[in-house]
Design a protein around this ligand. Structure first.
Ligand code: ZN
Ligand code: ZN
Length: 146
């Protein structure tokens, strides 16, 4: 997932739309019994803002599937994360530009790690399992005393 300033310039423009499908090398999801469904989709536009700097607007689209942390049912959830970042090796806190190239996998990995929830729920208000009889409370109340 490389954006190359020189290549954008060679095309005679100062911006470039992009679309990548990305397979991360490391396991970015730290939720028990859940995993990323790959490939992750990354799209957006890169704008040249200076000799060696870029501004990139885009979005990262990924899905997680696995076991709901509360009710243990199979669940699948889609995430869409928009980002807008400057890439500038001279500015502290910016993502770097190395030899006029930006490797988007760095920011994409960061965005995924920052946005993945600590628990994975089939729905926000999942009622979970009864601690006594183990019934799935999303399907109705059980007969246990509360
Ligand atoms: Zn659930
Ligand atoms: Zn019960």
């Amino acid at each position: 997932m490389i954006i190359d300033i020189k290549k954008i310039r060679l095309s005679g423009k100062d911006e470039q739309a992009f679309f990548f499908e990305y397979l991360p090398e490391t396991d970015l999801v730290d939720i028990p019994n859940a995993k990323l469904i790959t490939p992750i989709k990354v799209s957006g536009t890169a704008y040249i803002t200076g000799n060696h700097t870029l501004y990139i607007e885009g979005s990262v689209n990924f899905k997680i599937e696995g076991e709901c942390t509360r009710c243990l049912n199979h669940a699948e959830k889609e995430f869409v994360i928009d980002f807008a970042e400057n890439f500038d090796s001279e500015t502290e806190g910016s993502y770097p530009v190395v030899c006029d190239r930006v490797d988007l996998s760095v920011i994409v990995n960061d965005l995924i790690i920052m946005n993945i929830p600590v628990s994975f729920l089939c729905k926000e208000d999942c009622k979970g399992l009864c601690a006594v009889c183990g019934a799935n409370l999303n399907e109705g109340a059980c007969k246990c005393e509360k």
